[in-house]
Design a protein around this ligand. Sequence first.
Ligand code: PLP
Length: 365
Amino acid sequence: MSKELVERWIRPEVRALSAYHVQDASGFIKLDAMENPYTLSESLIDEWLQQLRSLEINRYPDAGAKVLKDHLRDYLELGAEQDVLLGNGSDELIQMIVMAVASNAGSKQRVVLAPEPGFVMYRLVAQSLGMKYVGVSLNEGDFSLDLDAMLQAIEQHKPAVIFLAYPNNPTGNLFDRQDIETIIAATDGLVIIDEAYYSFAETTWIKEFQRFDNVLVMRTLSKIGLAGLRIGMLVGANNWLDEFNKIRLPYNINALSQASATFMLKHVGVFDRQAAQIRADRQMMFEALNRFSRLTVWPSRANFLLIKSEQSQTIFDKLKEQKILIKNLGGVHSMLENCLRITIGSEHENQAILASLGSIEQLIP
Ligand SMILES: *Cc1c(COP(=O)(O)O)cnc(C)c1O
């Protein structure tokens, strides 16, 4: 087929993108995507499926997801003045936010700004919607915010939206709260604090948002063990959320996800205990990886660890040979050269990767 028509009609900024690549992982120990490693108990699965029996699949889902939202309000401990908007994963919320502000009116292209290295979806969504994306480098070494560079970029680009992942992916650290407050005060753009890893960091901005007119907090059920349901939450004041809600496709949260998430939130203790286990295993893994003298390991407040080694490609390839999949960050950002990201897995998976690393001769001092 000739490419002519495609090139004529598909916007150049879309043609310039590369699709988000997800590696085929069947048969692998999967430590590449920050998923919770645990499966549910048989009894919980039975109870869940029992609930789904009464679902009327011939009907459209509740467009407002009222029942689920009520449970989420409790889960998020929201105050009366705070509302929540649901997305098909927080990825969709990022898209809704950017769609609502994207504009090329006049000659001024509006800007989305985020620290880098960071979550790739901010850039992908901004560019796909024709916005200018500005990445501001973090400080080398500890990946803290380069506050001067951030303030200068805010001054220069007057961003419509700033995304701050708290903790950051793929570096795993929490940015300094005072730095974030300084950024919030310096911009009249919207600041989205992305708390995808809240359960592993246990610190939030949700309770503080009323101090600011321009802050919204994003959460997700993905990283606690429900990635398959695709439920993201945007928390904040109604005057913002009402506008984004106009862009939301009416049935974006399907009936199975609504019913399933509602059921799972009634058993949230299960997921809380798993998160506690993952936090403890993160510490174990941090110490175990640190014993490899040829690895650099960064402390993390998320459910993954960032490591660096001259032998990163060898490590990645050898693990893959042994059917263990991690994330190779080489080529993603200059600061991540020779870096790998390892999701904390189950006890068995963690032991398997440690054993595999121990068998790689280039890592033996
Ligand atoms: C994983 C991740 C998300 C994506 O969450 P979904 O709800 O699964 O779309 C959002 N932000 C950050 C920083 C992440 O790492």
